[in-house]
Ligand binder design. Structure first.
Ligand SMILES: [Cu+2]
Length: 273
């Protein structure tokens, strides 16, 4: 695991991000394939993520299959990965307008390729993100577009929430960012209460090996951050995550928390000066 290690991620034309904690990031904007490299502790394993979504263009309300093959530096299929939060590969789908967020867990076939099935609530472009750790290497998320060539690639305008206080499925979540600042490792503290009773929620359950997962993107979906609580054993009513926003701006984040066996996804739009 890469807990408490510092990760330097350098990509072709974007910036370098420094972040701390059990987290991963990517700022790659390549299309179709990417060859970004991450360095941590001197160990670097280059991989290429090759996506094979079916159908080729995203469609709403019917089953779609997202295929993924990870190739090593000699273009051989990579089959071995370190288990990261109970899975070899985490697949994240985010619509270009940032309204849809899905965190999928693909199955691996004997040939080493992965695939996940899902149903999308809307058509249009999606960002596909594969988050994995090559065996013995470091976490290196890869991103690509699943593009509908018939729809315009309008830039997404995000407006930060007036108050960081949202209720989903009876779980009220307040987010506090005591000193919002880019380029520094800062805490995000979530506080959980029962929306009906107002009581603190202290029975959050581990989901994929953490009491919570927070995925953060910028409006253009060129930045992807994924972080976990500092205190992995907490069950509420608070969980604090640390993250480094690479530059000032508005970001959308989704917290994933589990209560009574149900995974609850809580979105926030935050402004980072
Ligand atoms: Cu996670």
């Amino acid at each position: 695991m890469n807990y408490n290690k510092k990760i330097f991620l350098t990509v072709s034309f974007v910036l370098t991000i420094l972040l701390t904690g059990c987290s991963s990031s990517s700022t790659d904007d390549h299309l179709n394939m990417d060859h970004s490299q991450m360095q941590m502790g001197g160990k670097m394993i280059e991989t290429t993520a090759v996506w094979n979504p079916n159908p080729a263009v995203p469609v709403a309300n019917s089953k779609v299959t997202i295929g993924l093959t990870v190739l090593d530096s000699s273009n051989k299929v990579m089959k071995d990965f370190d288990i990261n939060h109970e899975k070899k590969v985490h697949m994240i789908l985010i619509s270009r307008d940032l309204n849809v967020f899905q965190h999928l867990h693909p199955m691996q076939s004997a040939d080493g390729s992965f695939s996940a099935e899902t149903i999308l609530p809307q058509s249009g472009d999606y960002r596909l993100i594969a988050d994995y750790i090559p065996k013995g290497g470091m976490q290196m998320p890869k991103m690509d577009w699943w593009d509908d060539p018939n729809v315009p690639n309008d830039p997404t305008i995000l407006t930060a929430d007036q108050v960081y206080d949202h209720t989903v499925d009876g779980l009220r979540v307040k987010l506090t960012i005591p000193f919002a600042k880019s380029k520094e490792n800062i805490p995000l503290t979530f506080r959980f209460s029962d929306a009906a009773s107002g009581d603190d929620v202290t029975n959050l359950e581990p989901y994929l090996g953490a009491v919570g997962h927070v995925v953060i993107v910028n409006p253009s979906l060129s930045v992807y951050l994924h972080t976990h609580p500092l205190d992995g054993a907490t069950t509420g009513p608070e969980a604090t995550f640390e993250v480094t926003f690479p530059e000032s701006g508005v970001y959308k984040l989704w917290g994933q928390f589990q209560r009574s066996g149900k995974v609850i996804v809580v979105p926030f739009v935050v402004n980072i000066p």
